[in-house]
Design a binder for this molecule. Structure first.
Ligand code: NAI
Ligand code: 13P
Length: 317
């Protein structure tokens, strides 16, 4: 199975480095700059030399010749990317590596692949993993979601490396939701920590955030077990507790009243708006998501957000 990674940002580069442990890999990027000559992604992973087995190209047709293609572009860019290159991607195994829900439709990456490249086998790779950890060869466990069980098994075999252990599921909706929503809750946790509300407040937000993830998952017919796994609970814990996370750091800056660099990829901001709109359409109660949507749109500050959460009617856990 030949493998290419499309998108040479932090995550795409890290996955490509790791997969080189199994054989040659092609990495495509529109901004590969000097990567080909310096053999390092200086902008994203400056301390991680690129292995010899990694072929870097800006020729999308060359990269799309592989049978298995990892899509590592940001969530809100995925549909446009697929539309632009659909002819090259028909019939391939396409593995989404982005986390989030599309702001205009509320759809996750697997659904978007199915809409834009209907002849492809759509899968998702998600779970607790910082690009820098993967690129350095640190042990990482991820979820590979694909509705076609045979394809899921084949992809699990093909994409597992010495340090990257993949579990598989056919519940792609659950896998998508976990990765999307944990970023929203991480913004909430960062905001609470940035505002000095303390570790207990963070634990409460993380736990009640997990309840929101499960509530939405039930509504969308995802498996509760998937949400309790790496792609849900696992990634929630990682992202809500580490300032390596850009979503958590955006929250911190909101809580501290600092500006945040809006060019940084922070998937939870758009996803909060997408999920909040979805919740309003379906009459679903997702209060933490609602306040995060308010925070990222500057409609609310952290103090009023916390006050509104604490003033909610008392209920059974
Ligand atoms: N960085 C990390 O630790 C992890 C990231 N992810 C996910 O991976 C996805 C990508 O994130 P990162 O690689 O970290 O972001 P990044 O900001 O480092 O890289 C994004 C890359 O996508 C490229 N890109 C943007 N729009 C494009 C378009 N229209 N066509 C082609 N290329 C385009 C950019 O040029 C850039 O190279 C996100 O959904 C993120 O949630 C998942 C797990 C870990
Ligand atoms: O998804 C991630 C870890 O699993 C990376 O988190 P950030 O996008 O918040 O940096």
């Amino acid at each position: 199975m030949s493998v290419s990674v499309l998108g040479a940002g932090a995550f795409g580069t890290a996955l490509a480095i790791s997969l080189c442990g199994r054989g040659p890999v092609t990495l495509w990027g529109r901004d590969i700059g000097e990567m080909r000559t310096t053999r390092v992604n200086a902008a994203r992973l400056p301390d991680c030399p690129l292995p010899d087995a990694l072929w870097i190209t800006d020729d999308i047709a060359e990269a799309a010749a592989a049978t298995t293609i990892l899509l590592a572009v940001p969530m809100q860019k995925l549909r446009g990317f697929l539309t632009d290159h659909a002819a090259l991607l028909q019939g391939k195994r396409l593995v989404a590596c982005c986390k989030g829900m599309e702001i205009d439709t509320g759809l996750g990456p697997v659904s978007i692949i199915a809409e834009e490249v209907p002849t492809a086998t759509a899968a998702i790779l998600t779970g607790p993993s910082f690009a820098a950890d993967i690129a350095r060869g640190l042990p990482t466990a991820l979820t590979l979601g694909c509705a076609d069980e045979a394809a899921a098994k084949a992809l699990q075999q093909a994409l597992t490396t010495e340090n990257l252990r993949l579990y598989r599921t056919v519940d792609t909706v659950g896998a998508e939701l976990g990765g999307a929503l944990k970023n929203v809750i991480a913004i909430a946790c960062g905001a609470a920590m940035g505002a000095g509300l303390g570790e207990s407040a963070r634990a409460a937000l993380l736990t009640r955030g997990f309840a929101e993830m499960q509530r939405l998952a039930r509504t969308l017919d995802a498996e509760p077990d998937t949400l309790a796994g790496l792609s849900g609970f696992g990634d929630l814990v990682l992202t809500c507790t580490s300032d390596q996370s850009r979503n958590y750091r955006l929250g911190l800056s909101i809580g501290e009243g600092r500006q945040f660099d809006r060019t940084v990829t922070v998937e939870g901001a758009a996803t909060a708006l997408a999920v909040h709109a979805l919740a309003q359409r379906s009459g679903l109660d997702l209060p933490i998501t609602a306040v995060v949507a308010g925070l990222v749109e500057n409609r609310q500050d952290v103090t009023s957000a916390m006050t509104s959460l604490l003033a909610r009617p008392l209920k059974e856990e």
